[in-house]
Each structure stands twice: as structure tokens, then as C-alpha cells.
Design a protein around this ligand. Structure first.
Ligand SMILES: Nc1nc2c(ncn2[C@@H]2O[C@H](COP(=O)(O)OP(=O)(O)O)[C@@H](O)[C@H]2O)c(=O)[nH]1
Ligand SMILES: [Mg+2]
Length: 367
């Protein structure tokens, strides 16, 4: 038999149910009478409507056994089960309320699994690995979407290798344009990179290289450059202002295969830094970026040096970074190529000038 009771509280309800339906009775429905059911009203003494039955458990399809595995002899447990299910429904209300407040319908919030649940498990896992290695969710998502659109048999690592291959261009630097300015923040590794690069190219291709130090802030910068490079007969000279720089470059442009120009370490808050390299100087500019740091910070640096304009990146301190994803993020940010990178303090050994080796190192850090 099923019966409805209108009571003031659960204690009264349980007592009446036991009296009328016996000790084996169960509550199958509970409603708080009044306005909408809210937590506040639950505790404010509104009337409660209880529907109970003395049928056996197996005959009650709506109620899961585990939810009401106690009988009315145990009043405390009876109330607890009821309260728990009530709390769950209150939690649902709160969740809905919060999503309304945030202006989003729950259904619109997609987790990575939802986005790619139509793809393979491998793709999902690869996406996660990319994100765990600090590749932005947007770029990782684009990558996986691109992959799922192309060929189902493409291995994600290979696709990433191909993409990196398009983002890295080490060749340009060796030949075509022969005046290179290295710019970047103080301590990013400009002077070390020039030393490594000049010595490597001299030893590997016997190129005729001139270094010009335009580091008017740090006297030691010139000696740092000169002391390493003179060992392999690379000349380094120091200039003191833009006019002298332009004069020396023009005098030597045709004599040397390559001219590398070292600059002072700019600070991002120094607006004058952006006009430091004379615009009339025909050169290519390499932004030297310390690969440590968060993507947002790196992007800020890139935006700052974009005011001067630059043609490619040299990442340094790869040996100290845990965040290889940022290299991918930055290279994808404005599609400027990576022209070389350094993974240690050793001069010249820690410079990577071999494209495949560079890709191997980045992939290893990412996958
Ligand atoms: N671990 C590590 N240290 C580096 C790397 N490149 C440069 N450094 C160190 O970073 C510091 C600043 O380098 P420096 O070339 O003087 O930077 P600059 O101020 O931009 O010219 C020095 O102590 C370098 O030895 C690198 O790839 N890895
Ligand atoms: Mg320096």
C-alpha cells in the first residue's frame, strides 16, 4: 500500500509512517510544500509531504536499493539517505545557478575530452601532452584538428616534426644577407650567441666574419666577445654611436662574408630602446630570447621588440627550460623563423645549427 503524509518535520513523518504502514515501510517521495524547494526553506519549517509504501523493495522500481538499504527501524539512517539525496539536488540547483550567473549554459562548456571525443584516443592523449608541455590550448587544438582533417594514418609526432620544420630556418643566416644585428633583453644571451655562432661558422665553413660590439652600456661585453673569437682569428671591434656603426658596416660589408652586431641589453620599459638601431642600417635583426619564462611574458617581449622589427629568433638557455611548448607557441605567434638556438654556456659547443638536431631536441621536450 502507498500512502501520503503531510507533516511538520521528518521525525513526525517517520513516526506516523511506522504507525500506519508498519516498521518495514519506506519513503519513496518527499516534497517540501510551499514555493520552490530551496535549502533555506528546507530548514524553515515548511510542511513536508511524504509518500511512503509498505511494498517490498524489489517492487519499487524508482528507488535504488543502495540509496535506501535501511528500514524504518533505523530512523537516523532513514533521515540521512533522504537528506543526502536532497543535498545532491540542492547542489545541482547551485551549479545551475552559478552557470547562469557566469552567463554560460553548462552545455556550452567543453572539456578537452568533449572537444575531441570524436577523435581517437591517441589524438586525445597527444593533445594533452602538448598542453602539459605548455603549448597553448588553442594551438594544440588547432594542431589536432588539422591532423584529424588530413590523414588518419599520420602519426602526431611526424606531423609536429613537419610543422617545426617549416618554423625553423637555419640556412638563411649563413649566406644571403650578410649583416646581422642581435637584439634582446639584457642577459638573454646575445653576446654568447654571437660568439658561438661566429666561431661555429668560421670553423665549419671558414667564413670571413667581423664582429661589431655596439654594447655601449657594458664595456665587458666587447671583451667577452673578443676574447672568445680572437682564438679563431675573428676580428671584433667596438663602436660608440650609430654614425660610427653605419660607417664601419658600410666600409666592411663587401669585405666580410658576415658581420655580426652585438647590442646593449634593452629593458622593456626603456622606450628609447626601440630607436636604438638606426633605421638606415641595412641588416637583418635576430631577437635573442631566453626560453625560460611564461608564454605571456615571452609574448610581451616579442611585442616590444616588434616595434624595432626583427626577422627571426634565436632561443637561448634551452638547457634550463622545462617549457618547450613556449618555443612552439612563440614560433607560431608571428611566424618568424627560428634561426639558431643555444642549450648551454659552452662556447661554441652549445649552439645548435643543425635543423634536424634542433627539431629532435624540441620534439623530445614536447613528446
Ligand atoms: N645555461 C645557459 N646559459 C646561457 C646560455 N646562453 C647564455 N647563457 C648565460 O647567460 C648569461 C648572459 O649571457 P650574455 O651572452 O652575456 O647575455 P647578453 O647580456 O644578452 O649579452 C651568461 O652567464 C651566459 O653564460 C644558454 O644557452 N644556456
Ligand atoms: Mg652582451
Amino acid at each position: 500500500m502507498e500512502k501520503t503524509f503531510i507533516v511538520s518535520n521528518m521525525k513526525e513523518g517517520l513516526q506516523r509512517i511506522r504507525e500506519e504502514l508498519g516498521d518495514e515501510a519506506y519513503i519513496i517521495k518527499k516534497e517540501i510544500l510551499g514555493e520552490n524547494d530551496s535549502m533555506l526553506q528546507h530548514f524553515s519549517g515548511n510542511k513536508i509531504k511524504l509518500t511512503a509504501t509498505d511494498q517490498s523493495l524489489d517492487d519499487i522500481p524508482k528507488i535504488k536499493k543502495k540509496d535506501i538499504s535501511v528500514n524504518t527501524n533505523s530512523t537516523a539512517c532513514f533521515e540521512k539517505n533522504d537528506l543526502v539525496s536532497n543535498l545532491y539536488s540542492q547542489l545541482d540547483d547551485i551549479k545551475n545557478m552559478l552557470s547562469c550567473l557566469s552567463g554560460k549554459d553548462n552545455k556550452d562548456i567543453e572539456s578537452p575530452e568533449d572537444v575531441f571525443e570524436f577523435g581517437s584516443k591517441d589524438l586525445n592523449n597527444f593533445y594533452r601532452r602538448m598542453v602539459e608541455n605548455d603549448i597553448t590550448e588553442i594551438l594544440a587544438g588547432k594542431f589536432i584538428h588539422g591532423l584529424s582533417k588530413t590523414d588518419v594514418n599520420v602519426v602526431p609526432e611526424e606531423h609536429l616534426r613537419e610543422q617545426l620544420s617549416n618554423l625553423i630556418n637555419f640556412k638563411d643566416l649563413d649566406t644571403e644577407y650578410n649583416v646581422y644585428v642581435f637584439t634582446g633583453e639584457a642577459g638573454s644571451g646575445k653576446t654568447s650567441t654571437i660568439s658561438k655562432l661566429a666561431i661555429t661558422l668560421k670553423l665549419r665553413y671558414n667564413l670571413n666574419i667581423l664582429n661589431i660590439s655596439f654594447d655601449t652600456y657594458k664595456e665587458a661585453g666587447f671583451y667577452q666577445l673578443d676574447s672568445h673569437c680572437k682564438v679563431v682569428n675573428i676580428k671584433s671591434i667596438k663602436v660608440h654611436d650609430s654614425d660610427e656603426l653605419i660607417k664601419i658596416v658600410e666600409e666592411n660589408r663587401k669585405i666580410y662574408d658576415l658581420i655580426f652586431i652585438d647590442t646593449p641589453g634593452f629593458e622593456l620599459d626603456e622606450e628609447h630602446s626601440t630607436s636604438f638601431i638606426p633605421t638606415e642600417l641595412k641588416c637583418k635583426k635576430i631577437l635573442v630570447l631566453d626560453s625560460n619564462g611564461r608564454y605571456r611574458e615571452l609574448k610581451e617581449k616579442v611585442d616590444f621588440f616588434e616595434k624595432i622589427g626583427f626577422d627571426g629568433y634565436s632561443f637561448t638557455k634551452i638547457d634550463e627550460t622545462f617549457s618547450y611548448g613556449n618555443i612552439y607557441n612563440i614560433l607560431s605567434y608571428n611566424n618568424k623563423p627560428l634561426v639558431c638556438f643555444a642549450h648551454g654556456q659552452e662556447i661554441p659547443a652549445s649552439l645548435i645549427k643543425d635543423k634536424e638536431k634542433a627539431i629532435d631536441i624540441i620534439l623530445k621536450g614536447l613528446c
